[in-house]
Design a binder for this molecule. Structure first.
Ligand SMILES: *[C@@H]1O[C@H](CO)[C@@H](O)[C@H](O)[C@H]1NC(C)=O
Ligand SMILES: *[C@@H]1O[C@H](CO)[C@@H](O)[C@H](O)[C@H]1NC(C)=O
Ligand SMILES: *[C@@H]1O[C@H](CO)[C@@H](O)[C@H](O)[C@H]1NC(C)=O
Ligand SMILES: *[C@@H]1O[C@H](CO)[C@@H](O)[C@H](O)[C@H]1NC(C)=O
Ligand SMILES: *[C@@H]1O[C@H](CO)[C@@H](O)[C@H](O)[C@H]1NC(C)=O
Ligand SMILES: *[C@@H]1O[C@H](CO)[C@@H](O)[C@H](O)[C@H]1NC(C)=O
Ligand SMILES: *[C@@H]1O[C@H](CO)[C@@H](O)[C@H](O)[C@H]1NC(C)=O
Ligand SMILES: [Cu+2]
Length: 614
């Protein structure tokens, strides 16, 4: 790989000869576990263990990771979330974007250098919602030279939070992407996890400063974190060092990371609650037995008693103790200034709609992302001069072609009442404008470049790789297209990714061709093993302008349906709530059967009752 050679050359010239190579041989497979202590289920573990290991390396180290798919019935993949993969686009992980799915029995080798990045990252499967079944873990990149670290602390402690489902993801997706869920209501988790379990005790020493590295590895729900009578001093977000910022609680969406200093007290006789709470605003229905507020323990003295459990269901009381912070106010320590006016502006309106098969899809400018027949990177590599023509990537992949080094502005208007956490691969972006949320669905707040309030950009905008958009609101991002590659931009609420909430940036494709002309022999074989072609356009045609046979989204609902839709709406809502409740309930009760027959019966009953009323 040429990228690697250049890197090695550079590293010799700059003299960090100490960089190490870390080899990992990982076989993934099912492991029986009981993460929340309430329900035993299969989790996807590594080398027969779950929870999964943390990867800890230093700046400029090389990682060679062999991932053997030991799952008998599922494809897999691995993404290294937050790593820029400069020169290593093919190692990024998302299936059908930069690689093929890894079939059962196949082994993929990821080989890359972590470069100059530092901080808190994570790895996870990028095959649909598979990481919800456990294929996830932390990555920590330490400073090569400890003296470069901009803050001091005594100990480094990691922490992941999660939402947790009792059913496996494929079963949930089947019920979620169904016409019996016409409002697209998201599956409600059965629980939250703290470090992949619950009721955790963290033993601390007095007068000690901990660097707490937090990742939300969930599929869906944002969480609040709070340690009673203690503060967090945020020093890093998504791997980007920030001006220290003191808060008494942290709000973290799925995909995001925070590193915060926690200074313990001098007195050591008392123990405190460390609370993690699910953001109830994101849930369409709140089952009464869902534990919204969970208690863990910051323990100074194991002999002393632990505080009582916070009332599980009293989210309202819990929120009274929150003094929310806005991540928009965090400024990068690097002093990086607002990027100049963009060379290219991409504007996307995002909405949820029911298409012809009765399923709710997520659309960017009326297009729902549908994976192509050839991984997009491989289309770039096989398309010669046509590579800059966006048409070859198909009409349903939402692909935008960027020129090398241009300044890109991405405006996203959220025409949906939900909050969403968007993640961009291959870049950290500046967040230069963002509106608060509104419940007024008829009047979403849209970005207006002629509005002075909206374009009063900060001089030093927040920089990160995963950002929340508020309900019916917008955000505006800027970044420089200085990392040639094919980069996925998608909602990290994985249920929404399953609904097609994604777009693709093909950045400086000629540079990709010049520097990464060869896909590794291993990656080629991985494709062969699942019969996915490695050349051609989105339709796998070698006549690149002929898209016959490409994968397309569902047709729209038939004319007239929407007129009658008003009555249907009311029913739909009932059915949707029922559907979501049943997914939740079956998760709890461990009934892994297909309940669609029951749903249909229930639906007909509701329809009959409704007919009776008229
Ligand atoms: C956590 O505590 C609850 C309530 O005591 C218990 O039901 C559950 O099994 C515990 N979970 C774990 C993983 O310890
Ligand atoms: C794995 O991916 C290939 C190619 O998309 C597909 O044909 C196959 O059905 C998938 N296998 C499983 C088990 O999902
Ligand atoms: C492709 O499949 C064969 C047969 O299962 C297997 O032996 C081989 O290792 C696979 N190749 C890769 C790259 O995984
Ligand atoms: C979370 O788990 C990791 C890995 O086992 C451990 O090192 C860390 O101390 C735990 N964090 C807390 C807050 O307990
Ligand atoms: C987004 O929606 C607004 C109005 O709702 C419209 O003016 C604008 O043209 C749309 N943008 C795109 C790219 O479709
Ligand atoms: C972008 O800038 C880099 C560094 O200045 C340079 O090496 C590269 O050739 C430029 N790319 C393009 C497409 O101009
Ligand atoms: C400009 O944006 C602000 C903030 O969103 C809003 O309150 C105001 O009404 C907008 N002004 C106009 C003229 O639309
Ligand atoms: Cu979303």
């Amino acid at each position: 790989m040429l990228g690697l050679q250049i890197f090695l050359l550079l590293s010799c010239m700059c003299g960090f000869a100490v960089s190490k190579t870390h080899n990992f041989d990982w076989e993934i497979g099912y492991v029986t576990a009981n993460p929340d202590g309430m329900h035993e289920r299969r989790m996807i573990g590594i080398n027969n263990q779950w929870p999964n290991p943390t990867i800890r390396v230093k700046q400029h180290d090389r990682i060679i990771l062999n991932l053997h798919n030991g799952l008998p019935d599922r494809n897999a993949s691995l993404h290294f979330h937050g790593l820029l993969q400069r020169g290593f686009n093919g190692e990024d992980g998302p299936e059908m974007v930069t690689q093929c799915p890894v079939g059962p029995g196949s082994t993929i080798t990821y080989d890359f250098n972590v470069g100059g990045q530092t901080g808190t990252y994570w790895y996870h499967s990028h095959s649909g919602s598979q990481y919800g079944d456990g294929l996830r873990g932390m990555i920590i990149i330490e400073y090569a030279d400890k003296k470069d670290e901009p803050y001091s602390y005594d100990e480094d402690v990691s922490l992941s939070v999660n939402d947790h489902y009792h059913l496996e993801s494929p079963a949930i997706v089947k019920q979620f992407l169904s016409r019996f869920n016409p409002t697209g209501a998201e599956p409600i988790p059965q629980n939250s996890l703290f470090n992949e379990t619950k009721n955790v005790t963290w033993n601390v020493k007095p007068d000690t400063t901990y660097l707490l590295r937090i990742v939300n590895m969930g599929l869906f729900v944002s969480q609040y974190l709070q340690i009673e009578n203690h503060k967090f001093v945020i020093v890093e977000i998504d791997g980007v060092a920030v001006q220290p910022y003191e808060v008494d609680s942290i709000y973290i969406t799925v995909g995001q990371r925070y590193a915060a200093l926690v200074k313990t007290k001098s007195q050591s006789g008392t123990n405190y609650r460390f609370i993690n709470a699910l953001d109830v605003e994101m849930l369409d229905v709140v089952p009464e037995d869902l534990q919204l507020v969970s208690t863990n323990y910051l323990v100074y003295d194991e002999g002393a008693s632990k505080p009582e459990h916070y009332p599980y269901y009293d989210f309202e009381k819990f929120t009274e103790s929150l003094h929310g912070f806005n991540d928009f106010d965090l400024t990068p320590l690097s002093g990086e200034k607002l990027l100049p006016e963009p060379d290219i502006t991409i504007e996307v309106n995002f909405s949820m709609e029911v298409l012809g098969d009765g399923v709710t899809y997520a659309l960017f400018n009326d297009k729902s992302y549908v994976p192509p027949k050839v991984p997009i990177l491989y289309t770039v590599l096989s398309s010669g001069e046509l590579t800059t023509n966006p048409e070859i990537y198909g009409s349903n992949t939402n692909t935008f072609v960027l020129q090398g080094n241009e300044t890109v502005e991405l405006i996203l208007n959220n025409h949906d009442p939900g909050k969403h956490a968007f993640h961009l691969h291959g870049h950290n972006f500046q967040v230069i404008s963002r509106s608060p949320g509104t419940d007024d669905e008829d009047h979403p707040v849209e970005f207006d470049p002629s509005n002075d309030t909206m374009t009063d950009y900060p001089e030093y905008p927040m920089i990160r790789d995963t950002v929340e958009v508020n309900s019916n609101g917008y955000f505006v991002l800027r970044f420089k297209a200085n990392n040639p590659g094919v980069w996925f931009f998608h909602c990290h609420v994985d249920w929404h990714l399953e609904q097609g909430l994604a777009l693709v940036l093909v950045e400086a494709p000629e540079e990709i061709q010049a520097h990464q002309q060869h896909i590794s022999a291993n990656h080629v074989e991985v494709c062969k093993n699942v019969s996915v072609p490695i050349q051609g356009n989105a339709a796998a045609n070698m006549d690149f302008l002929d898209l016959m046979g490409q994968n397309l989204q569902q047709p729209p609902l038939p004319e007239g349906f929407t007129a009658k839709g008003y009555i249907a709406m009311a029913l739909c809502t009932l059915v949707a709530v029922y559907g979501i409740w049943s997914i939740y309930k079956y998760g709890i009760e461990d009934v892994s059967k297909d309940n669609s027959v029951e749903v249909i019966e229930r639906l007909s009953r509701i329809l009959d009752e409704h007919d009776g009323e008229r």
